[in-house]
Design a protein around this ligand. Sequence first.
Ligand code: SAM
Length: 256
Amino acid sequence: MPTWNPDLYLKFGNERAQPAIDLVSAIDIESPKKIIDLGCGSGNSTALLKNRWPNAEITGLDSSLEMIEKARESDSSIDWIVGHIEDLSPNDKYDLIFSNAALQWIENHDRLLPCLVDALTNNGVFAAQVPNNESSPYHQVILRVASNPKWSHKLAAAKNPLTYHSIDYYYELLETQCSSLRLWETEYCHVMDSAESILQWTSGTGLRPYLEALKTEEERNAFKAEALEGYRDAYPVQSNGKVLFPFRRQFILARN
Ligand SMILES: C[S@@+](CC[C@H](N)C(=O)[O-])C[C@H]1O[C@@H](n2cnc3c(N)ncnc32)[C@H](O)[C@@H]1O
């Protein structure tokens, strides 16, 4: 499992927070007693849950010790657990199972998501957000650079690290299991300072498994330089010097 760097992840905190804010505000549930935030990271998404439902018993779960240590510093009233989402016990039931920007790191959504819905109390809610950037320029640039024979033999294990499917896949998967199911996509348009900012953003997420598969700092820097060149071509500079970085995300809101 690659190591997460909380500081790098938090660098674009506002941009990364907005989808979680949008998802929390779309949840129609009055007073859930038990909530779990799966892949809670350093606790930003968990803080939104706590803010909306201050009386709930809230657990934040993440596989990264570094992230959980950072989260523990933020709020001692939340139960912070180091663990894997896949290992969630089917016997523990929750009124709200929330996950922002984490399920894409796990394969086999066909098994995982129905299990998560099964872990809801009666009328409980499963709310999740995963990216949908298969066709976006930054993803295409990463794939193109990584497929260059210069890199590909070193990156075999790092290929396709993210799992996410189309909206209609999630509809087919969950529709019969849920009393209601809302699915939608939003393309956020982040205003970045430069193509370097996009490189920094992706170094903390999508590029990370590729960089970690490379053995030396020199190789990682060379790989990043090639990605940056691709980003410069793909994301034109606006007249004020900024660069627009469209980022598509999809949302699942399912009631048991
Ligand atoms: C992009 S961060 C999202 C953090 C937080 N939900 C937020 O909105 O700021 C993804 C998190 O998922 C965690 N993660 C990835 N795979 C996981 C797994 N199998 N089980 C638990 N956590 C996982 C990572 O450690 C990371 O902290």
